[in-house]
Write a protein that binds this ligand. Structure first.
Ligand code: ADP
Ligand code: MG
Length: 475
């Protein structure tokens, strides 16, 4: 049998799999693709620079042993970093500005001082008049890594967070953007990173702030005519954590000032950590230049937790509260509340309260009632397949036609309507909607949504389509 990159790598994998934790194997080795074998050098493709650094830091020994076993003492390993990362970014996530552009970027309408000699620092967190340069981090000590339980759904984001906490500003994950749906732990994880950095580097200035509060402070600074103080304040932060950056959508003044603060921090090796309820490609009304900054580092997604993780989160919560609850009840709750950890916790808190205040025993019956209350409020989500079926039926075509490459107007319109409703009624990203409706890209979906918006306000017939379909799709 001839030796190929594939066969060498497969043997290496067997060896590695026998020697490390199954979860670690799954996370860090399954995504690797062997691409080339030349002399004694095996080239493997890894999904991102983050991946590569992680492998080098944690698995270099075992990789070396495995490879030596296969190819002898002179074995070499070559990493190829896949430039398109797997978290929805279409662009390479490391992007360097040519140095000639750098100074040009600084001269836009905000005057960014290169050093912070200004002694008149004004801290927007402090009541005016009382000068206080020591900056409170605004971190919530309850949101630590210790009680952020690990699972498949958050492994990458959690690991990236830990890596950043170990070396703030010193990894390629700058900014680190944590994104994911509501209640999946973005805020918790962002605090955890900040707390961990404070523990390790007490001398560093860490600041956690919501994008909303940041915006408010900025508006105040404009009113009070101390915009520069505002900017100076943010430029002395070592680790800036901004929660829910999607809030900056459409707020161009705040985006502008944030862009300058970001550049300053980034150029000075400071760490920026952001959270968002959307992936960068799906963020709307955020300026392109800011979006491209978001993509410089790593975007890590928090996904919905699987059943095991949900059970362990609940058990951990009960344990911390010193409450005992039968396993079948815990599992019942975990089974029925799937997509939001906040609701999961809400349900268990409500159960604890019911049982202790009413002295009722917690039974499956009671659990059912409580869960129902929580689930009823979260509307059932329709699937993209279902939407395509309803739209095709409405226009009396089949789904294949709707998805086809044709440019016939009525078919294009049907397709655009399907995309529009998929965006409106599901939590799927633009990219994922595109790939499910005729393998289009996210830009096509975005265009479709805008077209439908426009046509339904200018074209009566079209407006009727939208109304009819809205009725048919309402659940
Ligand atoms: P988001 O900011 O994404 O909306 P939060 O960070 O506010 O979500 O999390 C919602 C709740 O779920 C919080 O109480 C948080 O402590 C809890 N939570 C989220 N992820 C985890 C996890 N992995 N382990 C334990 N608790 C979690
Ligand atoms: Mg949050």
């Amino acid at each position: 049998m001839s030796i190929t990159a594939q066969s060498v790598w497969t043997n290496c994998l067997h060896f590695i799999q026998d020697n490390i934790q199954p979860q670690a194997y799954k996370t860090w080795f399954e995504p690797i693709v062997a691409v080339k074998l030349a002399d004694n050098a095996l080239s493997i493709q890894v999904p991102s620079k983050f991946f590569y650094e992680w492998l080098e830091e944690h698995y270099v020994k075992i990789l070396k042993s495995a490879l030596t076993k296969e190819l002898g003492e002179n074995a070499k390993l070559v990493y190829i970093i896949k430039m398109e990362n797997t978290y929805g970014n279409k662009q390479p996530f490391t992007e360097k500005i040519p140095s000639s552009n750098r100074s040009a970027m600084k001269t836009q309408d905000v005057d960014i001082p290169l050093n912070n000699k200004n002694p008149e620092l004004r801290n927007p967190f402090v009541i005016p008049g009382i000068r206080n340069i020591k900056i409170e981090s605004q971190l919530n000590p309850n949101y630590s890594f210790d009680n952020f339980l690990e699972g498949d759904s958050n492994r990458l984001a959690r690991s990236a967070g830990l890596a950043v906490a170990n070396k703030p500003g010193g990894t390629s994950f700058n900014p680190l953007l944590i994104f994911g749906g509501v209640g999946l732990g973005k805020t918790h994880l962002a605090h955890a990173i900040g707390i961990n950095i404070k523990d390790k580097y007490p001398e560093k200035t860490v600041l956690f702030i919501s994008a909303e509060k940041f915006t408010q402070q900025y508006i105040d600074s404009v009113k009070k005519n101390n915009r520069n103080d505002f900017i100076h304040f943010y430029q002395i932060i070592d680790i800036l954590i901004i929660d829910d950056v999607q809030f900056l959508s459409g707020k161009s003044g705040t985006q502008d000032v944030f862009f300058h603060i970001f550049n300053h921090l980034h150029q000075n090796g400071k760490q920026v950590i952001l959270t968002s309820d959307k992936a960068p490609v799906d963020m709307q009304d955020i300026e392109q230049r800011l979006l491209s900054r978001f993509k410089w580092g790593l975007s890590a997604e928090l996904q919905s937790p699987d059943f095991e993780t949900r059970v362990s989160i609940l058990k951990n919560k009960l344990y911390r509260d010193g409450v005992e609850m039968p396993d079948d009840i815990v599992e019942y709750v975990a089974k029925h509340i799937k997509s939001n950890i906040r609701e999961l916790e809400g349900a268990i808190i409500s159960l604890i309260a019911q049982s202790s205040f009413n002295k009722k025993e917690v039974t499956i019956e009671l659990a059912k009632q409580v869960v129902e209350k929580f689930v009823k409020n979260t509307k059932r989500e329709v699937s993209i397949d279902y939407i395509q079926k309803i739209v095709s039926d409405y226009f009396q075509m089949d789904v294949d036609t709707l998805q086809s490459k044709t440019r016939k107007r009525h078919i294009v319109q049907a397709r655009q309507l399907a995309m529009f409703f998929a965006k409106k009624l599901t939590k799927a990203s633009l990219a994922s909607i595109g790939s499910q409706i005729g393998k289009r890209d996210h830009a096509t979906v975005l265009h479709a949504c805008k077209t439908v918006d426009n046509l339904s306000s200018t074209d009566k017939q079209f407006k009727k389509y939208v109304e009819d379909l809205t009725k048919k799709l309402s659940v």
